[in-house]
Each structure stands twice: as structure tokens, then as C-alpha cells.
Ligand binder design. Structure first.
Ligand SMILES: [Zn+2]
Length: 473
């Protein structure tokens, strides 16, 4: 467990000031160091993850990370850690936060027509990060100070995604000061395009997708009223930029690169998420059996089952799922949905048997593991759940959801020391150091073996040191 906390510590910002601002060290420094960039990013992510705008869906985010890592591997900084995530916002935007965090709005994802188009957006954002455009922007802003810039990512995200919300409070003068500096320059844009297109090619995506998507973006946003949407403001598309890209890809033969099934399914899931359950059922039915069928039939049926489940029409969802599993067998996204439909049917024996087979086939598929652990906990099989979740935690020690599931399992087993310990790690992962301390103190009160208690002491010491270190600054 000691090693576990250490691993957790490594995956989060070590020093956070008491007012929630990342510690940026010496403000007289001209540029941000990679460590400082990472700290700003991690601090921002804690807030983003806790906000309603974070699209908290393991399948969607895992998919984005899969495409993203394929591109990062071909970049000049293949070992830089990146995290890609989805923002539940219908407006068209994608953005990079210093330190390798890339957010994509649902609105932008739905505007993409192919996986290569999505990859072209990600590769452009990745290039802003690997070229350290934020740090380079800061070079020209000596007077504003780094502290102002530290709040920028979150403040601006909040202001942009939901201008009317109360969160706008945090994005007042500071954000507008930072705003000017956050807009990438034309030089930055062209550099991100040039490097991005190179990544696309090396990772096996279609390079033609980049100018195609930019042009679509321009057309789509021309129809919108009011000021230019966020993406265009932060990443200005000039006719030069598009012409430049077209010149670059012109010499290359056009290659048709088929989309993965995941792209189709993730996109369908997002389409469904933007409609009411009843509207979504109607939409996918007309796509499958209407006068003018449209789209990929497997993806449309996936959307139909998803929406029927949301509408609590379990009988029809079960029927459609049987067809879907014949059309696409042995796919983790389909199996995950099949499990969710089965759970609603209340045949516990069949449900447990299903999950047992499914996690054997896909032992590292997060969405499936979360669901199975929950099913086990609901059916008095806490010991099985605790064992499985424990194995997952050793593989992915930063996963807060796993710690929460673990805490529930230990509570059911009456292992209260372990319960509070797991809850402490969950709080820690959310950046809540005081909550973590409180849980460890509760664990200590429960009492345990010498070894357990000394581990709790040492974790407590580390947490107190972290709080003291950040209060000093
Ligand atoms: Zn850009």
C-alpha cells in the first residue's frame, strides 16, 4: 500500500498552494518548465474532472486516449504523458492545457465525419503541447506574471463553455487578461498544422482529413450567429492556413482509410447523449428501418439499444441486443452494453455468468470492470469484487472510481480500516488532501496490525508534509 500511495503521488501535482493555485516556483523565470506546465495541467484537471462538463464516460475517454496515443507515439516527445478527455458541451471546441491535457467537446466530435478528421484535430492540439506554445506565449508576457496565467486554463474553459453560468465569476478580469495571450498566433497555428499533419501520416491516418475538416468547420460555423465560436477564436483559421494545408496534401495520393468500429460506436453514443431517450429511439429506428435508411447499421442498432435502455424498454432492448451481438460479436463496447441490458432483466444468475465470461474476454476494459464490480457488490459478492478491483488497482493506481468501488466492498465485508484507507486514496486522487487525512485518521481509530498502522502513519506523514509544503509558499 505504501508503494501504492507513492504511485499515486507520482501521478499528481506534488505542490499545490492553499488557494488552489498551482505552485509555479520562481515567477521571475521567463518560461514555464515542463514540470510547471504539468502542474498547471494537473491542477486544472482536478477541477475539470469534478465539474459537470467533464463527460464522465470510460468508453468515450478511453477511445480518445487510444487515438491520441497513436499520434503521440509518433511525436517528437513520445514519452510525454498525455490525457485526452471529452467535454459535454454541444459547442464546437477543442483545446490543449499545458502539460499534455487535451479536451474535445461533444460538438466538435459530432462534426467529424471520419476517424482521420478527429485525429487531425487531436494531432493539431498535441503539436501545440509538444511545441510548448503556452510556455512560448508566456515569454512575451513578463508583466502579467505567471500567477495570473496559472488560473487561465480552468477559468477560460469555464467562461467559454458556459458564459452565463456562475462560474463566470472566476473568469472575470483575470481570464480576459489571460484570454488575449491564450489565443494562438498564426505562426503557432501553422506550426501545429505542419507538425500535426506529419503525425497523422506517421500514425496511418489520412492527411487529407485536416484541410477537409477545417473547411467543414468554417462552413459549419459560418451558419452560426454571433461571434466566432471558441475553436475559431483560439485557433484562427485563415485562408492562408487552409491553402497551406491544401498545398501540403495535394502532392500526396488520396487514400481511403476506413474508420474503426469504435469511432462509429463512440460517435453514436454521443449522438444519443444529446437527445432525450424518446427522441433518440425514434432517430435510431428511422435510421434502421425508415424509408431512407442511413448510417452504419451496426452503429445505429447500438444507438437504438442504448436509447431503449435509457427509456427502460428492456424487452425491446433485449431483442435488439440479440440481433446486435450477431452482427458484431466479441466487441467490448457491445458486451458492456449487453451486460447493462441484462442487469435490468433481474436474472441475477444469468447476469453474473455473463460478466464472468465477459471480463475474461476483456480483462482490462474499464467500463466492463466498473459494471461487474457494481453487480457483484449489489449481489452480496463483495469478496469477489474486492479481489478483482484490487488487481485492477495495481494496474492503474490513479483510478479514483476503483478506490470508491474498493471502499464499498470493504465496507460490506466489515473491513473498516481497509474501507477508510481506500476512501482516503479516492479523496487523494481527487486532490482532496484534507479528506484523505480524515479517512486515514478514521482508519487508525479502527485499529489493525502493526504493519497496517505503520503504513497509515507514514501515509499521514506524507500528506501532512504536502500540505505544509504548499502552505509555506
Ligand atoms: Zn491551434
Amino acid at each position: 500500500m505504501k508503494k501504492l500511495l507513492l504511485l499515486l503521488l507520482l501521478s499528481f501535482a506534488p505542490s499545490v498552494m492553499s488557494d488552489g493555485m498551482p505552485d509555479l516556483g520562481d515567477v521571475s523565470q521567463e518560461a514555464l518548465s515542463p514540470l510547471q506546465e504539468r502542474q498547471i495541467g494537473q491542477q486544472s484537471m482536478l477541477q475539470i474532472r469534478a465539474s459537470k462538463q467533464f463527460f464522465d464516460d470510460a468508453e468515450v475517454n478511453d477511445y480518445l486516449n487510444k487515438i491520441g496515443s497513436r499520434l503521440v507515439e509518433k511525436s517528437t516527445e513520445p514519452s510525454q504523458s498525455f490525457e485526452f478527455f471529452c467535454i459535454n458541451d454541444p459547442s464546437i471546441n477543442a483545446f490543449a492545457i499545458p502539460g499534455g491535457f487535451v479536451g474535445v467537446n461533444v460538438g466538435l466530435l459530432l462534426l467529424t465525419d471520419s476517424e482521420s478528421e478527429l485525429a487531425s484535430v487531436l494531432s493539431h492540439e498535441i503539436s501545440h503541447v509538444t511545441q510548448h506554445h503556452y510556455a512560448r506565449m508566456l515569454n512575451g508576457t513578463k508583466n502579467d506574471g505567471l500567477a495570473v496565467m496559472a488560473a487561465m486554463a480552468v477559468a477560460i474553459l469555464a467562461a467559454r463553455s458556459n458564459p452565463q453560468a456562475a462560474t463566470a465569476a472566476m473568469a472575470t478580469a483575470q481570464a480576459s487578461a489571460a484570454q488575449k495571450q491564450l489565443d494562438f498566433t498564426r505562426t503557432h497555428e501553422q506550426e501545429a498544422d505542419r507538425i500535426g499533419i506529419d503525425l497523422l501520416q506517421k500514425a496511418g491516418f489520412s492527411i487529407h482529413a485536416m484541410p477537409t475538416f477545417l473547411t467543414r468547420l468554417q462552413h459549419a460555423t459560418r451558419l452560426l450567429e454571433g461571434s466566432a465560436p471558441n475553436y475559431l477564436r483560439t485557433h484562427p483559421i485563415t485562408s492562408n492556413r487552409v491553402a497551406d494545408l491544401e498545398n501540403r496534401v495535394e502532392k500526396q495520393p488520396y487514400q481511403l482509410i476506413p474508420d474503426s468500429v469504435e469511432f462509429q460506436l463512440v460517435r453514436t453514443k454521443l449522438i444519443a447523449s444529446q437527445k432525450t431517450a424518446a427522441d433518440a429511439v425514434r432517430f435510431f429506428k428511422s435510421a434502421l428501418v425508415g424509408k431512407e435508411k442511413f448510417g452504419n447499421p451496426v452503429a445505429q442498432r447500438y444507438g437504438l439499444v442504448l436509447s431503449l435502455l435509457r427509456k427502460h424498454d428492456i424487452a425491446q432492448a433485449t431483442q435488439e441486443m440479440a440481433i446486435l451481438r450477431k452482427q458484431l460479436s466479441n466487441h467490448p463496447m457491445i458486451e458492456t452494453l449487453a451486460g447493462q441490458v441484462l442487469r435490468e432483466g433481474h436474472d441475477i444468475t444469468a447476469t453474473l455468468a455473463f460478466y464472468q465470461t465477459a471480463v475474461q474476454a476483456f480483462p482490462y476494459y474499464r467500463a466492463l470492470i466498473y459494471d461487474y464490480a457494481d453487480v457483484l457488490l449489489q449481489n452480496d459478492q463483495s469478496a469477489v469484487s474486492v479481489k478483482m478491483v484490487g488487481e485492477q488497482i495495481t494496474r492503474t493506481p490513479g483510478d479514483v472510481k476503483l478506490y470508491n468501488l474498493q471502499a464499498r466492498g470493504y465496507a460490506q465485508l466489515g473491513l473498516y480500516l481497509e474501507q477508510h484507507q481506500a476512501q482516503a486514496y479516492a479523496f487523494y486522487g481527487q486532490g482532496n488532501l484534507h479528506g484523505a487525512i480524515q479517512q486515514l485518521e478514521l482508519a487508525r481509530q479502527v485499529g489493525g496490525s502493526f504493519q497496517q498502522l505503520s503504513m497509515i502513519e507514514s501515509d499521514l506523514r506524507e500528506l501532512h508534509e504536502m500540505i505544509a509544503a504548499s502552505a509555506k509558499k
